[in-house]
Design a protein around this ligand. Sequence first.
Ligand code: HEM
Length: 582
Amino acid sequence: MATASVQQLPMPVHGNFHRINSFDFGTSRLANSYSKATLQILFQKNRCRIRCQSTDTEEEPKIKRNILDNASNLLTNLLSGGNLGSMPIAEGAVTDLFDRPLFFSLYDWFLQHGSVYKLAFGPKAFVVVSDPIVARYILRENAFSYDKGVLADILEPIMGKGLIPADLETWKLRRRVIAPGFHTLFLEAMVKIFTDCSDRTITKIDRLLEVEERLGGNTIELDLEAEFSNLALDIIGLGVFNYDFGSVSKESPVIKAVYGTLFEAEHRSTFYIPYWKLPLARWLVPRQRKFQNDLKVINDCLDGLIRNAKDTREETDVEKLQQRDYSNLKDASLLRFLVDMRGADVDDRQLRDDLMTMLIAGHETTAAVLTWAVFLLAQNPEKMRKAQAEIDSVIGRGKTTYECVKNLEYIRLIVVESLRLYPQPPLLIRRSLKSDVLPGGYNGEKDGYAIPAGTDIFISVYNLHRSPYFWDRPNDFEPERFLVQKKSEGIEGWAGFDPSRSPGAMYPNEIIADFAFLPFGGGPRKCVGDQFALMESTVALAMLLQNFDVELKGSPESVELVTGATIHTKNGLWCKLRKRHQ
Ligand code: HEM
């Protein structure tokens, strides 16, 4: 199949990849993140201009290579088991990776080299996968031959043995206990938390508008990305461990500490010598002392919550827990469920790791979805009007309920379409535990690609979601696309897009798209909080648009884009807001 032309969506300026060294809660973006740290390894260790030197292009680009480039590429080949057979190579000669976020370059190389290529980056090499057939193989069909690799190394000091970095044995035990916690009644009960927290944001904006009205105006300018970050944090605190950060109205020392630890993890991943392992480093090096202090603040808070939950424990079978009257429970949180579950005794340390993992996994991701949904809608006034018309007919001026979420079909599609265009995270990271043969995918080698044990893999969800082979008009914002069946069009091994494949699903998922759509990953390590996050985003977006008209403050091009675990903006998403109803 010929490469379809890729139309350009009005895209934000590709901002420089920057390190966030200071922490400015509530006003600037909080860079959390695991793949951020991973990407930083690539960026920091190889400050050379990346040129795309294809092994399959006819003309060798004439670029001066310095000794470092040559040495590092040699190392790359040695460390990654040589040439990986016939796999095309996008060779990073690497002198300047700061021009734009990595995943934009990964996209260009995908169009140039195909769905599976090796990216040689100085001393490191990654296999980049942009194909649903190969992604399905790694994530589902042969999932247990891969672990989280570099991601786990970086996250372990913070998340311990939480689900994301956990070793296989721990993961199996904890996944079996945590996944049932996200049952239907729990999710329904969470809608109340979503609406209560969204109400706080609406009230805050209303107050700002009232002040403005007294001054004779009717519009305010606000960084909605920061507001969404606060909102998502409050929701995750209440939903997961019944703790009110109250961050819509104040700063939280606990969450500051969480981000402090993340910055440290990032630092460690980009530093050549692991000096923090030296015997006295944790006491003598100021940033290591701060890291230990931050960990203590978090541990004290979570330990207190765990103690509380254990003191009031009412042990019950899992089935009974799932049938509790959640609408009348004072504490409907996941922690309550995990502590009360019979036969699921774990030490406090494991519970702490579980909570910490969910706090980090569920916060900025959701804030980012909301940010990009507003960004996209603001550029598509017709779709904005359609969304508000649906909200008016389903919710009117009333309260958002679980029933409303079921009827807000267009808002739900907006949420998933935003996740398609701006997946969070844009890359999934894996490492092969043994040698394997990856399928060739749609346009790769028929016999596939042999890879040695220890191969690091990036599954580029961004590339998959914007692949011209699997999506029509891949860069356009079209929430309606998810209602339409798309045949596999002769692509062997791909079942096409068929909404009927997941009957009853409120939101399109990876099954419907046979892994061409992977907003929450797929296979056994798929996100446990997907329905929680989707409903949360639906409620928050609907309530915002129910109450306010929203426009971008500047042009879409002025929104600079930064990546880490999430794709976010460099300086916030500044919007103009006006009341819809007086
Ligand atoms: C829009 C919001 C969210 C997005 C886009 C998202 C995305 C993802 C993705 C892509 C993965 C798979 C990572 C991989 O395969 O390497 C994942 C895993 C995970 N997510 Fe989410 N997530 C979101 C919200 C949440 C929430 C709200 C929670 C919890 C309350 C959560 C908890 C987790 C956990 C625990 C895992 C690890 C699962 C495992 O390995 O078994 N996520 N998430």
